[in-house]
Design a protein. Structure first.
Length: 222
């Protein structure tokens, strides 16, 4: 029998860490730097905050590594059966779609044949009507014209009967066959590529249609 061992996790430090972090946050909200001494103090305090956050991250990873390992073990335990059932589902769905397509082709072919026969009968009736019209026999011409109008274009329903709980959906997709014809509003700006250029060239960047600017960010060592 396969077993997975889950150890108890000590989270007693988390409450104390949260309390200290709230104090630090409130202190930072009230800080106004007005001289060099305060500026240097703020810089050192910033490094201290980074160190505290780093220590918390270390403690967090001590816990999550064990949890992640357990989760991986659980996923690995059920993955083979899940993968097999997923593969079986996809295989059966493909077989069902193949059968549906085959039956739909037969339906269309039969329907086209019946419609061709109906159209031939209609044209024959119209021809008869024209022949009697030319002979001056309006009654016969009218009768044949009515016959032509009474001929219904046949349509055939699906050859596949529905199975309860199984539905076929049409998922509409597209493929690009000529990108030069795609309207402008559907084109996406490659922001990733532009970002690489801007970070490299900085204020020397020349790309029509964009404005290059910078935002300041403070980097603090530990």
């Amino acid at each position: 029998m396969k077993t997975i061992t889950v150890k108890d996790v000590d989270v007693s430090q988390s409450e104390e860490m949260e309390k200290k972090s709230i104090v630090v946050l409130n202190d930072c909200k009230n800080i106004v730097i007005s001289d060099q001494l305060q500026y240097e103090w703020a810089g050192n305090f910033l490094k201290d905050i980074k160190n505290r956050a780093s220590r918390i991250e270390t403690e967090r990873k001590k816990i999550t590594r064990g949890i992640d390992a357990v989760k991986k073990s659980v996923m690995d335990l059920f993955r083979p059966a899940t993968d097999n059932y997923n593969a079986a589902e996809n295989t059966l769905k493909k077989a069902i779609l193949v059968y549906q397509d085959e039956q739909e082709k037969i339906r269309r072919d039969n329907e086209a044949k019946l419609q061709h026969e109906a159209e031939k009968k209609r044209q024959d009736a119209l021809k008869k009507a024209d022949e009697f019209k030319e002979k001056g026999n309006d009654k016969k011409a009218h009768d044949w014209l009515n016959k032509a109008n009474d001929i219904v274009t046949p349509t055939l329903g699906s050859r596949v009967e529905d199975v309860e709980g199984i539905a076929t959906k049409k998922i509409w997709k597209f493929r690009v066959i000529n990108k030069d014809l795609v309207p402008r509003q559907y084109l996406i700006v490659d922001e990733k590529a532009m970002g690489i250029v801007v970070r490299g060239l900085k204020d020397n960047t020349v790309i029509p249609g964009i404005e290059v600017y910078f935002e300041k960010s403070i980097a603090a060592g530990k």
